[in-house]
Every structure is written in C-alpha cells, then in structure tokens.
Design a protein around this ligand. Structure first.
Ligand code: TXA
Ligand code: MG
Length: 360
C-alpha cells in the first residue's frame, strides 16, 4: 500500500487542508486506518463501530485483543450517542475538562463495536483539542477509536517521523502535524458512585493531574463526599484498566532510574555497559553530575539529552521523543533522573517506571 503523508499546520488549517481531511475522514468512514496527531500523542484511528476496521488496528500494532481502545469524538454533544452519562461527577468532568487531554470511562452503548472495548461494558471517551484531530473526527462523521500510533510496547509516537517509520506502507494516510504539545497520553478516569460518596479513580495519570481534579471539585458544590485516588491504590481483583498490566513505552535499551547518584559507580548494570554508549536523560545538573561519575569510572561514550530546563511540562513533552532518539543512537542503557512525583511529575514517572528494567 502507498501511504500519503500529508503535512498540516495545526494552528493554520487552510481550505485546501479541509478538502484533504474530508478525503481522510471518508477513508475512516469506509473502514481504513489512518494516523493523525492529537495534543497528547499520535493516534492510529478507525471507525469505532466497524469490527473489521477496528481489528486492523489491533493487527497493525500487535496489540493484545483484551486491551480496549479509546473512542474519540469531536463534540460533547455526541457523547450520549455512544455512551451513558450516569451522574453529576461525570457531567462535571465532561463540562470542565473536555475537550482536552483526558479520557472518561462511561457505560457503553451497543453501537460501539465490542472489539473496540475488548468486550467490556464501558467505553473510554475522549475529545481532543488539537484542531487537526477535531476537524478529522468531525469530517469522518463516525466515532474514531484510536490507540497511540506505535507498535505495542514501544514508546508512544509524539512526532511524525516515528509514525512514518512504523506504519508507512501499511495505512493509506499519515497526517503530519509536527511534534505533539503534551507528549504523554491522556489522563484516564472512571467515576464510581457509592451510597455515601463518589470515587474518581485515575486509571492512568496524565497531563490533567489529581490536583487539577481536586481543584475543580473544591470550587463546586456537590451533595456527597468525593475522593480522587490513583487506581493502583484502589484494590480490586481484576485491573480496572487492562492496558496498565502490560509492559509499556520501552525503548530498545535498558532504562535505569537513578534514585541515588552514589549507586552509579558500583551498579552491575552500569559496569556491564561501561564500554558501550551510555545515554543520560535528565535536567542540566543531573547530566553534569552523571557525566563526571561516568568519566571517573572509565565510560568512553555518553549521549546526553537535556530532558528540560527544570520545567516538568517540557519533560513530559520530551520523554518519548528522547527515548526514540536514544534508540537511533543505539545506546546500551539510559540513565534517567528520578523526578519528583507531584503534579505532572507523577504521570511522567509512571511512564518511566513502566519502561524501566532497573532502579539504582
Ligand atoms: O492520549 C491518548 O489517550 C492517546 C491519543 C491517541 O488519544 N491514546 C492512547 O490510547 O493513549 P492507548 O490505546 O494507547 O491507551 C488507552 C488506555 C489503555 O490503558 C486502556 O486499557 C485504557 O485506556 N482503556 C480504554 N478503554 C477502557 C475501558 N473501557 N476501561 C478501562 N480502561 C480503558
Ligand atoms: Mg498506547
């Protein structure tokens, strides 16, 4: 298959772009899979009501069939065509945080394919704010299920080159909207209602933080108590978000989280790769200190990527992009700074931990 790569500037969508997006939307409606940018990561989208089209996504990614896909809509007014909003907390989240980098798990309506939702009775709904994604979904005139546009297990694609490398020749269209702004996937939330309280479970942390949700609640009058908790702190027998049980986001090399710089010198994993290229991902001070230690113990080659200049939002944006760059450099290990797990730092470290093989 020949893949058309279409470049569109998200901050200036022209008439010509709309014509092209109409064509891409039509191909989604007719059962094809296409790649497009969202504000979080690139998505691999298909008609969420079409079993055959959805199966193609699972095949292209090599994704386990028990891991459900998120359904993307262009407008809030479409939500109740595909899902059931059951309580005031769900309403509150939808009206205040969407469109945006958040996915809400709702009761599913039968029109959404069971392949999309991996036979669950719920569906993840997201309304991206990226103008290309919005327009494409609107023009497709169908709900668009879309996982991140990467082979299963690898770091999510946040730039067009990665999508082209992994899916060129396999799908008819890739829309190149440049690097994505947020760089990590949406926050996934699920609301549970009990007689005396609501629990908002964060199934996957993301750009919209626990603190953001708590702030929203504190400025709203609600009849019952509401708690916001991370799903890993909430005990159930089956995982609430099937995706969380799989190894994720992994570059080719070992990711080593550095909690204590003093451990670098004696760590076996560092010794093993001492004659290979060693990647360093961190803020400027971390890079400086690790380089000194590596020089001292005789490492010959290092590849340093400045994660950000202290701004955690930039760290989120650069994480997967940096992993992909380290892959290109063929490093043996990547020494990653251990960021503080507050605000978006929690979401970033969630990805780093899932991708890591060692913590020192
Ligand atoms: O930012 C994002 O969310 C990106 C862009 C493309 O929108 N999409 C994305 O999709 O990250 P994916 O498939 O890589 O991750 C979806 C996550 C998985 O962890 C999956 O298990 C969970 O959402 N999920 C989807 N539907 C669910 C459901 N009904 N119940 C519980 N978890 C669900
Ligand atoms: Mg993914």
């Amino acid at each position: 298959m020949i893949t058309k790569v279409i470049k569109i500037n998200p901050s200036e969508i022209t008439k010509k772009d709309i014509e092209i997006l109409e064509e891409v939307g039509k191909s989604i409606r007719e059962g094809e899979v296409v790649a497009f940018p969202t504000e979080t990561v690139y998505g691999l989208g298909a008609n969420a009501c079409d079993d055959k089209a959805v199966r193609k996504i699972f095949e292209l990614k090599g994704r386990p069939s028990d891991n459900p896909l998120i359904v993307h809509l262009s407008s809030k007014s479409d939500i109740e065509k595909f899902a059931i909003v059951s309580n005031d907390i769900e309403k509150l989240i939808i009206s205040n945080l969407m469109p945006g980098p958040i996915t809400i798990i709702l009761k599913k309506k039968p029109i959404i394919s069971n392949i999309t939702t991996a036979n669950l009775d719920t569906v993840g709904i997201r309304i991206p704010y990226n103008p290309i994604a919005q327009k494409l979904i609107e023009l497709a005139k169908v709900p668009v299920c879309a996982p991140s546009a990467n082979i299963s297990g690898k770091p999510s694609a946040t730039d067009p080159t990665t999508v082209i490398e992994e899916f060129s020749g396999k799908i008819p269209f890739i829309i190149d909207g440049g690097r994505t702004h947020i760089g990590i996937e949406s926050t996934v939330v699920m609301v549970k209602e009990y007689p005396s309280k609501f629990s908002i479970l964060i199934l996957r942390p993301g750009f919209i933080t626990k603190e953001d949700i708590e702030d929203l609640l504190s400025s709203t009058k609600i009849q019952k108590e509401v708690e916001v908790i991370y799903a890993e702190e909430y005990s159930t027998i089956t995982p609430l978000s099937p995706g969380q049980k799989y190894k994720h986001y992994s570059p080719k090399s070992h990711v080593v989280i550095v909690k204590n710089l003093k451990n670098i010198e004696k760590a076996d994993i560092v010794r093993t790769f001492i004659n290979d290229k060693i990647g360093i991902l961190g803020r400027p001070n971390f890079i400086k200190e690790v380089k000194n230690i590596l020089n001292y113990i005789g490492a010959k080659y290092t590849v340093e990527l400045e994660w950000c200049n202290y701004d955690l939002i930039e760290c989120a944006r650069n994480l997967f992009f940096a992993y992909r760059m380290f892959d290109k450099e063929n490093v043996g290990i990547i020494l990653v700074e251990n960021l503080e797990e507050t605000g978006i730092g929690y979401a970033i470290m969630n990805r780093v931990k899932k991708s890591s093989t060692y913590t020192i």
